[in-house]
Design a binder for this molecule. Structure first.
Ligand code: BGC
Length: 419
């Protein structure tokens, strides 16, 4: 009896991070916003979370402390990346996704910092030395202060600055990187910043949202061309949020949320990166979490959603990488099952012909979760923020076994009894 579910040879197994969330000591539009909003976020936390969050008593102290909302030294990954990649290697990973912080490379308009370029060259070298294939994100939401002071992506004429930054980075690192992710989740960014008005620059304007959205499309297409001019051999794509929607108007919402951006960059797309976290049920005009178990952040755990999302993308006929999938779970009580079940549904999509080539768990390390701060714990590796000590969580070892075997045991499959 075959008791292993095998993944294709050469499948990439890894984890993902982003610069602002783990590096520490950045100076960008988010750090400015954190300083201005930490007190407010701490004050509002009770009214935002206490009424629905089952684990509110666990996180209350942290969520009510303004320091929780300052990224500060984060996981100090900027200085400890070698140690962190040693851990990733020991856990059987053969790939790693991270992002390059624009504000480090170009702290002032037009002034590029060679030292910082060298830093990322070292990061890539450290990955390669450990047998980890780098997947490099060029924009994971944070931007230099000079750029956002100048209107950021609200202005079409600013696109050229982003293209110039990407062009410079890719020219410097061209022989060392095969996979470039130009943008991370433009839909979440523009939605949170311009529709919900919760993230910097906190402007609630549908018109502005549309403008930013279409400027990001244009920026993406320009950067794609720029990268291929430098090196036609590499693969260039996007990490798109494809959280799964169900309910009466779901096909329209899915089109708006997932396909609209992809359709406009479809002829500039070597692969699709999929970030999948949860399902939302649309009831009336509300978007609710369904009846399934919840993460610490209240997101519904719905492994089948990754299968539905993947099947929904198969029509693009592009290679797919899962560029993020993970769970806020401080006690590490649900992560093992979460990983096993999502991978099994992924395997089913693979079995039905969807061209999936890798899986990056979010995240390698506990990190700074944007406006929620440090209390959500996404890491395969726990960070003690006082000592910065790293400790591999039990689920990190379970994922390691899957990565090392390039397979899931039937045990994992039987647990949730789906296939
Ligand atoms: C983002 C990450 C974030 C994760 C969990 C994704 O939307 O790309 O930066 O930490 O979700 O919320």
């Amino acid at each position: 009896m075959n008791n292993l579910l095998k993944f294709p040879k050469g499948f990439f197994w890894g984890a993902a991070t982003s610069a602002h969330q783990v590096e520490g000591n950045n100076h960008n539009d988010w750090t400015e916003w954190e300083k201005a909003n930490a007190e407010r976020l701490a004050k509002e936390s009770q009214s935002r979370y206490a009424h629905w969050m089952k684990n509110w008593s666990d996180i209350k102290l942290k969520a009510q402390n303004p320091k929780n909302y300052i990224s500060g030294k984060a996981a100090d990954h900027y200085n400890r990346f070698r140690e962190d990649f040693d851990i990733a290697k020991s856990l059987g990973h053969n790939a790693h996704r991270f992002s390059i912080e624009w504000s480090r490379i170009e702290p002032e308009e037009g002034k590029f910092d060679e030292k910082e370029i060298e830093h990322y060259r070292e990061v890539i070298k450290a990955l390669r030395e450990r047998g980890l294939e780098p997947f490099v994100t060029l924009w994971h939401w944070t931007m230099p202060v000079w750029f956002t002071n100048n209107g950021g992506f609200e202005k079409r004429e600013n696109i050229k600055y982003f293209v110039r930054f990407c062009d410079r980075v890719v020219s410097e690192l061209k022989s060392e990187v095969k996979f470039w992710i130009v943008l991370n989740e433009p839909n979440i960014y523009s939605g949170m910043s311009y529709i919900r008005g919760e993230w910097p620059p906190q402007k609630k304007s549908y018109l502005m949202f549309l403008r930013v959205f279409s400027n990001l499309i244009e920026a993406y297409n320009h950067v794609y061309d720029a990268i291929h001019n430098i090196n036609p051999e590499v693969s260039v794509g996007i990490a798109q949020s494809v959280n799964y929607f169900e309910g009466w108007i779901a096909p329209v919402v899915r089109w708006f949320w997932v396909n609209r951006f992809l359709n406009r960059i479809n002829n500039h797309l070597d692969f699709i990166g999929v970030n999948y976290y949860y399902r939302r049920l649309i009831r009336g005009f509300n978007f609710d979490a369904g009846e399934g178990q919840r993460t610490d952040m209240g997101w519904e755990i719905h492994p089948e959603g990754i299968y539905n999302a993947l099947k929904g993308l198969s029509g693009y006929h592009k290679p797919i990488y899962i560029t993020e999938n993970g769970i806020a779970d401080a006690r590490d009580a649900k992560r093992e099952k979460f990983i096993g079940e999502h991978l099994r549904w992924l395997a089913r999509a693979l079995g039905e012909g969807v061209d999936i080539r890798g899986y990056f768990h979010w995240s390698l390390l506990d990190n700074f979760e944007w406006d929620k701060g440090f209390w959500p714990r996404f890491g395969l590796v726990e960070i003690d923020y006082k000592t910065l000590e790293r400790k591999i969580r039990p689920s990190g070892y379970v994922y390691a076994k899957i990565a090392k075997n390039n397979a899931i045991e039937n045990d994992d499959l039987n647990k949730s009894n789906v296939l």
